[in-house]
Design a protein around this ligand. Structure first.
Ligand code: NAD
Length: 491
């Protein structure tokens, strides 16, 4: 947490508030957190520093909505409200896109694209709300068995700072579509658009209490939400360490949780790949959002005969990249916080100290404020297989290039990390593409491509230490609902 906490604060900072039971509210004790713009390191807004009291009030408000007005909405009516929220986000795209970009430091075009994707989540789940059919099961004569799907009740959502809007949209959109009432804890480092979208949602006919936003620190508001005994399900995206705490808290309450904890996602480039198509995607897959993407393609594995050619082409492209202020819309913006900047720098310095060959560094724009949290992109290769940057998630613009010998070696190397989120396979051989895709231990595989511009419709999630549960696509509706089997003995 880089933001300092204080009260009272500079009145020139824009004040964002909690939304609890449809009411805009400060923290009960008036404490605030300053929100810093990564591009210049200066505070520009405040959020409440909430804790257990505000979480308790919002869980009660959610329960009241679930038992009351929101619970009485039909699936069709829920869907209509969600589609209206999508429309409201698009109507306010200029404001929301600019806010997402300023809050996270990501380039303006990316901030805007993220808000379009956020709207699409609400549209997708709005259209899906009345299509979550149950089933009937053939049973003994004289019986009819129906399996219906029920919402969990009150769902808690802990959202990280890297894609605040999108990660909010994917979990809250699916949860509301199922009929749950939500309590959301945005990341203290970036999450202002969530406050604004929740305000807009009220005007779209979402009843008060169906969606509550409680700002605060992870160890305070976040921990209080995961520990609250009246929360029925938790959705978490963030670091493995906090994911473990969230799962422990869920276990104490004997409730389910979805954990999305990042990855060390490989892209496998075979000698028969179309390099003209692959090269720009290999660069974008690590530089998008400054590498602060759970599904970043942070390892590029290249078949030995073309390794030198790929290394040379990537070196040229990396050297030409530029990081700079969000409103300049360059290749990447600043890291989200000084802490994240220091973490990424430590990986780069550590790799250099360990003798890993550095192939290229990008630039930081000459006019970028010194006080911003910039890191020039770094390309390393050939990276030893046991090097830290070959195994650990950096969450920054650092790409590890590794050669492989043959298909079996490529598969073994791709699977040789604790993570398992996404993989990419580049080859002109269709049979091989399917063999390798099936052999990947992860939740999503792209063939001759990587990343999906949000990929709203595509089930997404990890295996191994990347977490469990699925978000996005129709499958998320099964996470945010439970089946109930009704057995009717009618003779
Ligand atoms: P984090 O896990 O601390 O924060 C993510 C969210 O969890 C935030 O909303 C935070 O307030 C909340 N949180 C923190 N402590 C909590 C607690 N005890 N109980 C409940 N909620 C809590 O992540 P970070 O420190 O912001 O980032 C550290 C590293 O995590 C990054 O460098 C990156 O490797 C990884 N990360 C991954 C993702 C992802 O999309 N998978 C997102 C963010 C960070």
């Amino acid at each position: 947490m880089d933001a300092s906490t204080l009260a009272p604060t500079d009145s020139r900072l824009a004040a964002y508030r909690n939304l609890i039971g449809g009411q805009s509210a400060e923290a009960e004790d008036g404490r605030l957190i300053e929100v810093v713009c990564p591009s210049d390191g200066r505070p520009f807004a405040t959020i409440p520093r909430s804790g257990a009291a505000e979480i308790d009030r919002s869980v009660r408000a959610a329960r009241t909505a679930f038992d009351g007005a929101w619970g009485r909405f039909t699936a069709i009516e829920r869907g209509r409200v969600l589609v209206k929220i999508a429309e409201a986000i698009l109507q306010n795209l200029d404001e929301l896109g600019a806010l997402e970009s300023r809050d996270t430091g990501k380039p303006a075009g990316q901030g805007r694209a993220d808000m379009v994707a956020t709207a699409r989540y609400f549209e997708y789940y709005g259209h899906a709300a009345d299509k979550l059919h149950g089933e009937t099961i053939p049973f003994h004569n004289g019986y009819t068995v129906a399996v219906v799907r029920d919402p969990h009740g009150v769902t808690g959502h802990i959202v990280p700072w890297n894609y605040p809007g999108q990660i909010f949209g994917r979990s809250v959109g699916a949860s509301l579509a199922c009929g749950n009432a939500c309590v959301v804890k945005p990341a203290e480092d970036a999450g202002l658009t969530l406050v604004r979208i929740a305000e807009l949602a009220l005007d779209c006919g979402l009843p008060p209490g169906a969606l509550n936003i409680v700002c605060g620190l992870g160890a305070e508001a976040g921990a209080a939400l995961t520990a609250h005994p009246d929360v029925d399900y938790i959705s978490f995206t963030g670091s493995p360490e906090v994911g473990t705490l969230v799962q422990k808290a869920a276990a104490e309450n004997r409730i389910g949780c979805t954990l999305e904890l990042g990855g060390k996602s490989p892209q496998l480039v075979f000698a028969d790949a179309d390099l003209d198509a692959a090269l720009p995607v290999l660069v974008k897959a690590i530089l998008q959002n400054g590498g602060q993407t759970c599904s970043a393609g942070s390892r590029v594995l290249v078949e030995r005969p073309i390794y030198d050619a790929v290394a040379a082409a990537l070196t040229e492209r990396f050297a030409a990249t530029v990081a700079g202020p969000h409103d300049r819309d360059l290749d990447l913006g600043a890291m989200v916080t000084a802490r994240q900047q220091a973490r990424v720098r430590a990986f780069v310095d550590g790799a250099q100290a360990a003798g890993v060959p550095l192939l290229a560094r990008g630039q930081v724009a000459a006019d970028a404020p010194e006080s911003g949290f910039y890191v020039a992109p770094a390309l390393f290769g050939p990276v030893p297989r046991d090097a830290l940057i070959a195994r650990e998630e950096v969450f920054g613009p650092v790409l590890a290039l590794l050669p492989f010998e043959d298909e079996a070696d490529a598969v073994a190397l791709a699977n040789a990390t604790d993570y398992g989120l996404v993989a990419g396979v580049w080859t002109g051989n269709t049979n091989r593409s399917m063999r390798v895709a099936r052999a990947m231990r992860c939740g999503q595989v792209f063939v001759n491509g990587f990343g999906a511009a949000g990929g709203i419709e595509l089930p997404f999630g990890g295996v191994k230490k990347s977490g469990h549960g699925r978000e996005k696509g129709f499958e998320a509706l099964y996470e945010f609902s439970a089946s109930k089997t009704i057995v009717l003995n009618h003779g």
